[in-house]
Design a protein around this ligand. Sequence first.
Ligand code: F6R
Length: 609
Amino acid sequence: MCGIVGYIGKRDAQSILVEGLKKLEYRGYDSAGIAMYTEAGLQVKKAKGRLAVLESHLDGAPLVGTVGIGHTRWATHGKPSDENSHPHTDMTMKFSVVHNGIIENYTDLKEELIASGVTFVSETDTEVISHLVAREYDGDIVRAVQKAITHLRGAYALGVLTEFEPDRLVAVRNASPLIIGIGEGEHFIGSDIPAILEHTRNVFILNDGEMAVLTKDTVELMTIEGNFISREMIHVDWDAVTAEKAGFDHFMLKEIYEQPKAYRDTMRGRVDSDLTVSLPELKLSPAELANIRKVHIVACGTAYHAGLVGKTVIETSARIPVEVEVASEYRYRCPLITPETLVIVVSQSGETADTLAALREAKANGAHVLAITNVVGSSVAREADSVMLTMAGPEIAVASTKAYSSQLIAFFLLGMYLAQTLSTQETAWVRGIVAAMLALPEQVEQILDNTDALREYAESIAVHEHLFFIGRGVDYAVAQEGSLKLKEISYIHSEAYAAGELKHGTLALIEDGIPVIALATQNALLEKTVSNIKEVKARGGVIFGISDVNEATALGKAVDEVYAIPATHPLLTPALSVVPLQMISYYASLARGNDVDKPRNLAKSVTVE
Ligand code: F6R
């Protein structure tokens, strides 16, 4: 989950590296560093803290050259510190390495290197790589890297430079993402597209077990064994400003407001004029679909919460049993996967290590794997049998918003497609829901035009340390996402409970003045939810209720304050009800003076298990 950028060409490398790292700060931001080939040889500057700290060091003493590598770190081995920052070097300072991933056998390698006389200066796993490359070097950096990595076990994307060959930059990928950017008389490496988008839109995506050797004029792609390969160049259509804040105070806010567009884009081309759904990307014939006996949805964090909604959607529409599980648990409990199981992995980044491992487990057991992901060319997208892309565009804020809600849209589309193909629901039922889906973007806009009450409420809870969310059915699923969002960025402790479950223990925690957010969008369950709300109210809870406009008056009688969302089909309410929860989290985080886009201890893309 660190960020890597590299440059070899004819322009000032320092500014290209620093600008690239700025675009990658969401991948990790506890320290940053660059290594450049300069007149004085290989020089490294690195510093603990945000990139701005490194920039202030460089302001006084810039590095001058046209070749370099840079890194922004999210600590895994060794605390955030100057020493543990990348790039790492060997003892002679002639070799420099940036790394994203984890070297699982680094302790053994470190002991072996220490026994042979090597002195380590950091606590990182990465430093072993620079010493190994130096040890293997016999005049050819490519060969040295190839030999060095035969000792490594784990995940790594690497950028390697040596002072002995200042006209070459070596990049390697194994289980951590890496792309190669193609310019004219210049080339780039990046752990993610935004790092280099300003300079080129033409990229090669490396696969696991592949490497690239860059000079300013050439790029050679090969396997790590040294067999040359050819690869189709991908042209990236992303607009550079898409990755900027576009006038919003924070990426998170911008991304919340981008949800209507994300919904439209995700439905675009998949909903026909007769309100049927086309999903050509699902590589299962109707006969194969009819053979599916169960569905597993596997994901982490927010994507897992989207899966919880997906379960209700698929069970209701396709009448197939669905299990939802966090990816870090799935693989280790010998899940019952058969060729009749459809495994759906959900991942915004497509690089989450746990999700990828679950995908591989599912494939190894013969299941068809459908990935719902936001990133073209991501590991998950490349390894799955079918890929349904959410069209949310790049999500920069660590807290996921538009990616989550686009995943909901993907599940709605999938559910309706299954109902249609398997004839498990009436055509009119499917069409009614598809019509309601098409109205969602505008309904989100209505919510976003009406946020004052949400801001006021968020400011009122910002002084609290504990809060509860309650809801039934899909409201409970959304409550879990609302609770995660609040914890993640406001650092207020919260718990999400199935409304009917509170009285089985948790009610003991409700005391005078404790804020409770009650989701009551399921009109058929309103009376039951209201009973649970009254249990909370009787113990002193202060309740902020969310329902649709049709039930707002009824709910208003039971709660302290009510917020109404537009009315939609009960299955689709999560795509609306999550929006006020996102706004409440955003404003609570702001009121507490937190860094909304980069909450403490979290990283955007979690590529370690
Ligand atoms: C929370 C959040 C995380 C991610 C989780 C999975 O806002 O963003 O919980 O949802 O780390 O990430 P992806 O979806 O990239 O697999």
